[in-house]
Design a protein around this ligand. Structure first.
Ligand SMILES: [Fe+2]
Ligand SMILES: [Fe+2]
Length: 482
């Protein structure tokens, strides 16, 4: 095995179908999985390895190469971008992970390939990659095995780490732009681009799988643009995350995301003077506002282009202000059984709304205060089980919380640990030094311990109110993503 020269530019696009290219990944995935359980002479392994060999041979027959390349979080096969759906997204994730683990940006099979070379390659890929220079050690081992028709190339250095943030940023702003377009078009006769909405959900879902805490961080970008746009994207992101924790499957999560995205569609028909009125609403104005669930559901039901949206989107639009104790609005004659999706959106909607500055609210809540207030309403306003999952998901110190450390430094919670045991030890971006002077500090990990001691270097003493300290949390996230 050897390193390849960079691929030629202006190369003709592959004529091999995406389905066939993805089949190769599927057989590779299966073979690697099986090889981790069974010996290489096991009948299942031999069969998968043969299927993989055959599928690659078919590609080599037509195009003289079968090359997978990873660039900018995208997989290419013989120069053609591979598109993945929900059902095969795991293959994309699996391949990216296998590539990244080995620092590999390209894996190519050449004519002359033998069944034995494939089997050895699979066995090498199923081994734990070496921690130092993983690609080189993979290549060395392949050489020893006499593999000469499988080539690999390094992942370009710029491809690492920052990509995920870039992706998250792109998804978020795409969400805003797309929604804005949708909202601008809503009164015109033009058809709404709902296919894009569905793709966007898919993208949000994909990024959530890789980069959950950073997306939460992006939901602190309040008042960046018109309220309803931000709000809809935030509620969508938080709902998909919460649904994931509750064990919904991929298809259900897309439906939930779409439903959450459109939950306030009815607000587009409420006059702006009422929606943005500072101070208390009079009874007539309140009545107007309280029509938005009904107006949204009606729009989803009657407009033709919404017809392929999940039926539950109508439930969510109608029920997201219905409380657990059946109060709230709209009023029903008898007790109503509320849909699970609506219960989820009820929580994420409330949370996002009270943590955002609004002209009619004297004070907006910090994320921590919001979770506290919501816990007081557990069982009356919110479903207690789902709320518990939500508070756990947001962590004790959710991303975006301003915290004082025992060193005297102040920072912003930047990333929450996945292990619930370490919930109190997130990563924090420092914004002041020990004396309280503003700094553009680095990101520190509260899990770090003092040298030669079991104590931690830094711990959180308490949370602070960003409004009181005049800290524009969103600016820090914007700085990070721009
Ligand atoms: Fe609403
Ligand atoms: Fe809402």
């Amino acid at each position: 095995m050897e390193k390849t020269k960079p691929q030629q530019k202006n190369k003709k696009e592959s004529t091999i179908s995406t389905k066939d290219a993805i089949s190769i990944l599927y057989y590779m995935n299966m073979a690697i999985k099986i090889s981790k359980i069974y010996q290489s002479n096991n009948i299942n392994f031999v069969r998968q390895s043969k299927l993989l060999f055959q599928s690659i041979q078919n590609a080599l027959y037509t195009e003289k190469e079968a090359t997978f390349m990873l660039r900018q979080n995208t997989l290419f096969f013989n120069g053609r971008k591979l598109k993945f759906g929900f059902s095969n997204y795991f293959l994309f994730k699996f391949t990216c992970e296998e590539f990244e683990k080995r620092d590999m940006g390209l894996l190519s099979f050449k004519p002359g390939l033998t069944q034995q070379e494939i089997t050895h390659t699979i066995l090498l890929l199923s081994q734990k990659p070496s921690s130092e220079n993983p690609l080189q050690s993979f290549l060395n081992q392949a050489n020893q095995k006499g593999i000469s028709h499988v080539l690999a190339e390094k992942l370009p250095p710029y491809e690492k780490l920052e990509n995920k943030k870039e992706g998250a940023k792109k998804v978020f702003f795409l969400g805003l732009t797309h929604l804005k377009e949708m909202f601008e078009k809503h009164n015109q006769e033009e058809k709404l681009p709902l296919i894009t909405t569905k793709r966007l959900m898919q993208a949000i879902f994909n990024h959530l799988s890789q980069n959950e805490s950073f997306l939460y961080g992006l939901t602190t970008l309040k008042n960046f643009d018109e309220y309803t746009l931000n709000h809809s994207v935030n509620v969508c992101i938080l709902s998909i995350s919460l649904g994931k924790r509750l064990g919904l499957d991929r298809n259900e999560l897309v439906d939930l995301g779409i439903s959450a995205f459109f939950h306030d569609l009815g607000k587009l028909d409420i006059p702006k003077e009422i929606l943005l009125k500072p101070g208390k609403l009079n009874p007539q104005e309140r009545e107007e506002i309280e029509k938005h669930p009904y107006l949204g559901a009606e729009k989803l039901l009657l407009r033709e282009e919404f017809s392929f949206l999940p039926l539950r989107a109508i439930n969510v639009a109608m029920e997201h202000h219905t409380r657990q104790d059946h109060q709230g609005y709209p009023k029903y004659w008898k007790k109503k059984k509320v849909n699970l999706y609506s219960k989820i959106v009820k929580i994420t909607d409330f949370f996002d709304a009270i943590t955002t500055n609004r002209p009619y609210r004297k004070k907006n809540f910090t994320r921590e205060e919001a979770l506290g207030l919501m816990m007081e309403k557990s069982g009356t306003e919110f479903d207690p089980v789902i709320l518990k999952a939500f508070t756990l998901m947001m962590g004790n110190y959710p991303v975006g919380t301003l915290v004082l450390l025992d060193t005297g430094e102040i920072g912003i919670v930047y990333e929450t640990p996945e292990d619930p045991v370490l919930m109190l030890r997130p990563k924090v971006k420092l914004i002041t030094d020990k004396k309280g002077h503003k700094i553009d500090g680095g990101i520190i990990d509260l899990k770090e311990k003092k040298p030669q001691s079991s104590g931690y270097k830094r711990s959180i003493v308490k949370t602070l109110d960003p409004n009181k300290y005049n800290v524009p949390i969103q600016d820090y996230f914007l700085a990070e993503v721009s």
